[in-house]
Design a protein around this ligand. Structure first.
Ligand code: ADP
Ligand code: MG
Length: 354
């Protein structure tokens, strides 16, 4: 294992690609009547242009708060420290602590975020065309005719049938799947460098979910947008993501290419997540009658242990793990883990012999 927590330079001899997002020591804490809640703790990671990165972890592991902090959308009682730099056309923008005016210029144009329920972001009283054109007027100063044309193009792009008619409809006239497509179209209108999708398909039924995921997958070939796909479901990332970041207790447990997450997981928590992910039969039914769940409880974010937050649930934990927090370290170019345990051999967890 290399003794560094930096991503090794994989671009020697190639054109150097700068990350679109560089996050350093990002920490999010909430003030509550019961004391501070450490929701995100010293996160370090980079997102590259055109990459689709899955962010997975149990509910409450800090996935949403990490990216809400980056978007400047934390609740009133939350505070972010550290650094999150958005790089747009060679220019760095520090997002942590950025004033609202500047943030608003970047949000919706250079970076955008979509949520599980599109109705939280769509205005129920305005027609789809009005909402889409407003984005283009605000961020790109477009006139009405040009904006309408672009809005139509983007509804076509996200494969909304009869897009022209849809433009004149109100959000409630569309199905949940169609509304989510409209949200994706709206979030892409200004061709952002970074799109954060927080559980975008959780509320949709399985067939529509697959269509929306395929859409996100296809869109990255049309734009060079980096997509962050937040989900509690490892199955969702399999077909869509290039890389995966696994979170536990507000920290990164493992970062790897998607194949390595499934075939060669190195953090005991990732292995636990995979064991509790159902294998699907061709007809969509699950192979496991009873899913194994990871024993024990998620950590108390108001009273995190001195050592590794996963240690109380980990079969491999030693005294060392209880005393010291393992930092995220790259042991090869693309694979990092925050764990003191020796490496595990190639896994047959998910795709092993039946
Ligand atoms: N406004 C808030 N006040 C106090 N704690 C909060 C607040 N918002 C989120 N949290 C806590 O932060 C933790 C991480 O939340 P979140 O990032 O939303 O989890 P998830 O991984 O499910 O997206 C949770 O335990 C949650 O209770
Ligand atoms: Mg969440």
């Amino acid at each position: 294992m290399t003794n560094t927590n930096q991503i090794p330079n994989s671009n020697i001899g190639k054109e150097v690609v700068s990350p679109v997002l560089s996050v350093k020591d990002l920490t999010v804490s909430f003030r509550t009547n019961d004391g501070p809640v450490s929701a995100v703790n010293n996160m370090n990671f980079e997102i590259y242009p055109g990459d689709t990165v899955g962010v997975v972890g149990e509910s409450g592991s800090g996935k949403s708060q990490t990216f809400l902090a980056i978007m400047g959308l934390l609740a009133q009682n939350g505070e972010a420290t550290g650094s999150a730099i958005l790089n747009i056309e060679g220019k760095d923008h520090e997002l942590v602590g950025m004033d609202l005016n500047r943030l608003n210029k970047l949000r919706g144009s250079k970076m955008s975020m979509i949520f599980q329920d599109p109705m939280t972001s769509l205005n129920p009283y305005l027609k789809i065309s009005t909402q889409m054109c407003e984005v283009l007027r605000l961020h790109q100063g477009m006139g009405k005719a040009a904006a309408q044309q672009k809005a139509l193009k983007f509804l076509d792009l996200v494969r909304i049938p009869e897009a022209k008619a849809r433009l004149n409809q109100y959000p409630h006239e569309l199905s949940g799947g169609m509304r989510q497509r409209v949200m994706i179209a709206m979030s892409l209108l200004c061709e952002p460098a970074l799109l954060i999708a927080d559980e975008p398909t959780t509320a949709l039924d399985v067939t529509v979910q697959a269509q929306v995921l395929r859409l996100l997958h296809d869109l990255k070939t049309d734009f060079n947008t980096a997509i962050v796909l937040i989900t509690h479901d490892l199955g969702v990332v399999a077909g869509v993501c290039d890389r995966v970041q696994v979170m536990y207790g507000g920290r990164l447990a493992e970062i790897a290419r998607v194949d390595d997450i499934f075939y060669n997981p190195q953090h005991p928590y990732t292995r636990g997540l995979l064991e509790s992910t159902p294998r699907l039969n061709a007809d969509g039914s699950s192979k496991h009658a009873d899913l194994p769940t990871i024993k024990g409880q998620p950590p108390n974010l108001q009273n995190l242990p001195a050592g590794c937050a996963f240690a109380p649930r980990c079969d491999h934990a030693t005294e060392h793990c209880q005393k010291e927090i393992p930092t995220l370290r790259y042991f090869n170019e693309n694979h990092a883990k925050a764990c003191f345990a020796e490496g595990f051999s190639q896994s047959t967890l998910l795709h092993g012999a039946d």
